[in-house]
Design a binder for this molecule. Structure first.
Ligand SMILES: NC(=O)c1ccc[n+]([C@@H]2O[C@H](COP(=O)([O-])OP(=O)(O)OC[C@H]3O[C@@H](n4cnc5c(N)ncnc54)[C@H](O)[C@@H]3O)[C@@H](O)[C@H]2O)c1
Ligand SMILES: O=c1ccn([C@@H]2O[C@H](COP(=O)(O)OP(=O)(O)O[C@H]3OC[C@](O)(CO)[C@H]3O)[C@@H](O)[C@H]2O)c(=O)[nH]1
Length: 390
């Protein structure tokens, strides 16, 4: 579809008017996929705000693309730029994705993490509320923290009862570790901004939607250390394991790789966000889990599956010792802690938006690792060969 695309209708059959969307953090992983979707399939205009634009360059550069004029990049840091209010004022909707959201930062840069996820988001909420603009704010599944079940004895049969581990937006408690466990600086900051947004809705009528993503993964997630990011950087698990596979190194399993996650393909998740954008009457005032409850694995199982899939897409045999155990202190430093298990309850998003994820873990890893191999394998070979040549 292009700018001459057919009229779009919402879930209730009403015509959707083209919107101007101020998307903060548009240059990141989720932002880049959302921009792509909005350009390819809708007539909405995006004011893309970020400090970087590498991941959306393909949408900005060509002069002849059908969406020319519907996406503008504004390079600004929302910490200290007076242009932000003007951009929010001239938009119908603001989507805030900007954040420090990499676990390696939560316990090593807790101040930056808290500022980024709470303080820097405050003006965005304030400008939306004061100017009667709709806000879609990206929170996280980490606000649930640990499951109730994790506090039961290891052999308790109650651990098998979904009531003790399924995460529900309106009933599950938020269970964080002690303050010394600075891992929770991120979750705590995200929880407080959720509460502030909710209170702005209750007291001042702010029209809001809060999204809690459950491990969205796919192409363009984070960076490959030493190739398009710092050599010593620690990205999220998909990029860590991709980097190990590309370099033919063992995948590092933190604390035995026993934690469990549900992974969702970015393209499935973006469908849910588009439904929120285009169905304000159904999405406003709600907090939505967005994840795939059918794609649960332990991190060890994820490592095994990624090893098999990478072997298939690269045509290379896997190495003799595909995984190695590391302690969380060694890998992330003092103050790391972990969420034990994350399965989203889907009742609210099913009821309000009729949305369900589609892609299996194997399929999403196959398309993502095909992308990683095509994008990075040659650069890694050259980077590895260089020191030997010198
Ligand atoms: N990817 C996931 O699975 C996931 C899970 C839970 C929550 N989230 C939330 O979704 C949002 C987006 O996540 P992502 O995975 O795309 O992360 P990302 O790091 O790829 O994207 C965040 C973007 O925000 C930008 N940004 C940060 N601070 C900024 C500032 N002060 N001014 C301007 N731009 C700034 C960054 O440059 C980056 O491009 C975050 O709020 C994150 O907490 C994501
Ligand atoms: O090399 C590695 C890297 C990580 N692990 C372990 O994998 C689990 C998942 O890690 P990761 O994807 O990096 O992050 P989390 O799921 O813990 O947290 C994210 O979830 C959502 C979000 O809010 C934003 O993306 C973020 O906080 C974990 O158990 C690591 O210890 C590994 O074993 N080896």
């Amino acid at each position: 579809m292009t700018s001459s695309s057919p009229v779009r209708v919402d879930l209730d059959g009403n015509t959707i008017k083209p919107l101007t969307i101020c998307m903060i953090g548009a240059g990141g992983f989720i932002g880049s996929h959302l921009c792509e979707k909005l350009m390819n399939e809708t007539n909405h205009t995006v004011l893309a705000v970020d400090v970087y634009n590498d991941k959306i360059k393909h949408l900005l550069e060509p002069e002849s693309v059908p969406w020319t004029g519907r996406i503008q990049f504004h390079r600004l840091n929302i910490k200290n730029d007076s242009r932000l209010e003007g951009l929010i004022k001239c938009s119908d909707l603001t989507i805030n994705l900007a954040a420090i959201c990499t676990p390696a930062d939560y316990n090593t840069r807790p101040l930056d993490t808290i500022y980024s996820n709470f303080i820097d988001a405050l003006p965005v909420v304030k400008y939306c509320s004061e100017n009667n603009k709709r806000l879609i704010h990206f929170s996280t599944c980490e606000v649930y923290g640990k499951t109730i079940g994790s506090y039961l004895p290891k052999d308790s049969p109650l651990r098998q009862d979904p009531a003790y581990y399924i995460l529900k937006e309106d009933t599950s408690p938020c269970i964080f570790g002690s303050v010394e466990k600075q891992r929770w600086s991120y979750a705590c900051a995200k929880q407080l901004i959720e509460r502030l947004i909710y209170a702005e809705g209750a007291e001042n009528g702010l029209e809001f939607t809060i999204v809690r993503p459950f491990n969205w993964i796919g192409p363009r997630m984070d960076f490959i250390p030493g190739i398009d990011g710092p050599s010593e950087g620690v990205p999220r698990v998909l990029a860590c394991f991709s980097n190990n596979l590309l370099r033919r190194e063992p995948l590092k399993l933190v604390d035995g790789g026993e934690s469990q996650r549900t992974f969702i393909y970015i393209k499935d998740a973006i469908e849910a966000v588009l439904l929120m954008i285009e169905n304000p009457a159904r999405a406003s005032g709600h907090i939505f889990n967005v994840g795939n409850p059918n794609n649960e694995v332990t991190v060890r199982q994820l490592a095994e599956m990624m090893t098999q899939v990478y072997s298939k897409v690269s045509g290379e045999d896997s190495i003799e010792t595909p995984t190695v155990d590391v302690s969380s202190k060694e890998f992330y430093g003092e103050g790391y802690d972990d969420s034990d298990k994350r399965i989203p309850d889907m009742t609210i998003i099913n009821k309000q938006l009729g949305w369900n994820p589609k892609t299996s873990l194997w399929d999403l890893l196959e398309s993502t690792l095909t992308y990683q191999h095509r994008t990075y394998a040659e650069a890694i070979k050259q980077a590895i060969a260089k020191p030997a040549a010198n």
